[in-house]
Ligand binder design. Structure first.
Ligand code: F6P
Length: 357
């Protein structure tokens, strides 16, 4: 049995762990001779025919390792029909290389965009199984993606550390947390890191509401304020604009990042020192947390089970807290977002944490 593996899109903690679980389970249970092909740099390797035969042992001892031993790259789905100088599209190259490798199955570890490509490859007749990765936890069909819990731990730590320095200096600090469209990471780490204000893309904010909240807290004697702000937050006014209008508005405002913009806006109205912090890719870096090590081992093992049972065209998923799988067509439905009416949002409001609205 020949299995190709690739890690697509932005990296996250747990990519190696998922491959470890997959290969270990395949190796233990496969009755035929098992051959593993590592496809390098995500879909780029599949397009360019850049892959290598790997020994099962190369996937041992990597559960704790950050990044991906195969490398990552972004290959936007919307460019999949772009052709090279010979007129061959990326999609055609991928299918050709899959056939050249004579694969029985391609395993894709990826997020939303990567799943669109995986689904298309499956529709084109390739045998595909996927594993859900992303710190954003925004893939439809799974309650949990790997990388999310590890990133929460890191983002929480940044908030906790900012509390001590902000308190000493009586400052307001805005911590920008990753997540362009989905606010799960900011919401969860904001709660865990005791943020006073949590701003997420799904709940457009009002500067005046934030200012009122800050002033009230300071009047009550609070020394410092910590704001957890997702990178993709938008104001109430901005939420009424089209994509193009928002882009134009931000260009005229020299917009660089959510935290820096918020710092500028709040400084006009709040008489306290305000600082913006952008931890950025630190949130995707380093080793997975124990939760993700267990999760990726289990997801990988389930992926092996699907392959051995020839159940292709599926994403391994967490459904009702069990490791299960869903068709790729489900995984590519509208990405998950925080529902402002969710229980967790209600509980945040109950605690008096400001959501900016
Ligand atoms: O999808 C994961 C993620 O980390 C998002 O939270 C973030 O918006 C994006 O990737 C950043 O991507 P890149 O590393 O390509 O800048």
């Amino acid at each position: 049995m020949r299995v190709g593996i690739l890690t697509s899109g932005g990296d996250c903690q747990g990519l190696n762990g998922a491959m470890y679980g997959l290969v270990k389970a395949l190796n233990f249970n496969c009755k035929e001779k098992l051959e593993i092909y590592g496809i390098l740099e995500g879909y780029t390797g599949l397009i360019n025919g850049d892959y290598k035969k790997m020994k099962s042992e190369e996937f041992e001892g990597i559960l704790n390792m950050g990044g991906s031993i195969l490398g990552n790259s972004r290959q936007p789905f919307k460019r999949i029909n772009d052709a090279d100088e010979n007129g061959v599209t990326k999609l055609q190259s991928m299918i050709k290389n899959y056939k050249n490798m004579d694969l029985d199955c391609l395993v894709v570890l990826g997020g939303n965009g990567s799943h669109k490509t995986a689904n298309l490859l499956s529709e084109q007749g390739l045998n595909v199984v996927t594993l859900p990765k992303t710190i954003d936890n925004d893939i439809n069909g799974t309650e949990m993606t790997f990388g999310f819990q590890s990133a929460i731990d890191i983002a929480t730590r940044t908030l906790e550390e900012l509390h001590t320095t902000a308190k000493s200096h009586k400052r307001i600090i805005i911590d920008e947390i990753m997540g362009n469209k989905a606010g799960f990471l900011t919401l969860y780490s904001g709660i865990a890191g005791e943020a006073d204000i949590i701003l997420i893309p799904e709940i457009p904010y009002s500067i005046d509401k934030i200012v009122d909240f800050i002033n009230k807290k300071l009047d009550e004697g609070r020394r410092h304020i910590i704001i957890a702000a997702a990178e993709g937050i938008i104001s109430k006014e901005e939420s009424k604009l089209t994509k193009k209008e928002l882009k134009q508005k931000r260009a005229t405002e020299n917009y660089t990042s959510a935290a820096v913009y918020l710092e500028k806006k709040l400084s006009e109205k709040v008489h306290r020192e305000i600082r913006a912090v952008v931890p950025g890719h630190i949130q995707r870096g380093g080793s997975p947390c124990a939760y993700d090590k267990v999760l990726t081992s289990r997801l990988g093992a389930k992926g092996a089970e699907l392959i051995l049972n020839k159940e292709y065209g599926r994403m391994v998923a967490v459904v009702n807290n069990e490791i299960s799988s869903v068709p790729l067509s489900v995984a590519v439905e509208k990405p998950k977002r925080v529902n402002p009416n969710d229980e967790i949002v209600k509980q945040v409001r109950m605690m008096g944490i400001c959501l900016g609205d």
